[in-house]
Design a protein around this ligand. Sequence first.
Ligand SMILES: [Mn+2]
Length: 271
Amino acid sequence: MTGQVDTRHFRTLFISDVHLGSKAARTDFLLDFLRYHEADTLFLVGDIVDGWRLKRNWYWPQGCNDVVQKLLRKARKGARIVYIPGNHDEFLRSFPGMHFGGIEVAERAIYEMADGKKYLILHGDEFDVVVRNARLLAYLGDWAYDAAIAINVVLAAVRRRLGMPYWSFSAWAKLQVKHAVNFIGEFQRVVAEEARRNNVDGVICGHIHHAVMEDIEGIHYVNTGDWVESCTAIAENHDGTLEMISWQKIGNTAEIKALPKPQSVEDMQAA
Ligand SMILES: [Mn+2]
């Protein structure tokens, strides 16, 4: 099949975990994706730039500039772009409400789809500590849950001060292969619970590099995946329905290229 790929237009697009500045970032696939997909609103759901990686070792090939230019051009042409920082680009968290080049920065957002359903949009790293200590926290109760999230924020800041890399959920989960599925399930459950606390119908997050759309006890849990391995985005159609798009190809063809597996611990730590 070599059929033409037409540009598709959506009400909203959600992408996350591009990790620009890391060698694992698939800027080639992302650029191609952005070429064929337009939206009125584009949410960048965190870890778009890998500030942690860049601080240690500056790596910024032309592909990274091309992605940034493409996004800025979309903003100039009238798309609303909202950047929700993640743990790897948390330097932006100091600037909520800031605008740069037509891009708004917000810590999290509540967004209404065309069908009236409301979604909480956040990156998700604040729940790492809850996932890792799920059993203990369940035993200690609600106060410990809130305290754990607060402590996670402080610990991340301390680690950053000391120049230590951010603890990586997906690298850690991959190393604990036997338990990884449980950890992913626990993350999804905790994030869905946060959506329930916010009285919304669903949640769209990133962080764990595990793209999925599913119902979790009445909450629509949606994860955007990443542009390191899965190369996925979530799109909202004009009727409010959501779909997952996987884009591991280049050029105006239907050819799908196999993605190489991450080569090193460095790549895995991109998460
Ligand atoms: Mn993250």
